[in-house]
Design a protein around this ligand. Structure first.
Ligand code: ROI
Length: 157
């Protein structure tokens, strides 16, 4: 299965946090990292207080189920000392499964496609960089989604 994961960090050397998470994905069972976008900088969403974020998107080929992949992502977050305190607060690392093939899933633990991607330039822009022709299940073409949002707040590094 092809899947896309969004990575974000705004604490404790974000670049190092994202590199470290990518290394952990490289080492995950039944999973091959096939591409990584550039890194992008943006202000916290909704003008939340805190440092700027660094974001990237990667593409993987995996034999894990979506829920097993979620376990892998959450293990990486906990290994990198992600603390879940404030909703939408600052974090050392955030891994979001954006898409899992063309699967549509809505459970308590996991919703795919990730429901917020349509509002997030820091996800759509790096995703477009690595997979311009993508069709997002239920939501339409990636190109159309990009046309609908403001892109000036995300800066490619
Ligand atoms: N804001 C930005 N710019 N980038 C993120 O990755 C990010 N992640 C989040 C919240 C707190 C919603 N804001 C963000 O989870």
């Amino acid at each position: 299965m092809l899947a896309y994961i969004g990575l974000g960090s705004n604490l404790e050397d974000p670049r190092r946090q994202i590199e470290k998470a990518l290394d952990a994905i490289r080492e995950a069972n039944k999973t091959k990292l096939t591409s990584v976008s550039s890194f992008y900088e943006s202000k916290p969403l909704l003008d939340m207080p805190g440092p700027k974020y660094l974001n990237a998107v990667c593409k993987i080929k995996t034999d894990l189920s979506a829920l097993d992949l979620l376990d892998v992502c959450q293990q990486i977050e906990s290994d990198q000392h992600r603390v879940r305190e404030v909703k939408w607060g600052s974090r050392t690392i955030d891994l979001d499964i954006l898409l899992y093939g063309d699967q549509v899933l809505s459970t308590q633990r996991l919703t795919i496609p990730h429901p917020e991607i349509i509002n997030r330039s820091f996800v759509l822009v790096p995703l477009f960089e690595i997979e311009a022709g993508l069709e997002v299940p239920l939501l339409g073409s990636l190109k159309e989604l990009l046309d609908r949002i403001d892109l000036k707040d995300v800066k490619k590094l």
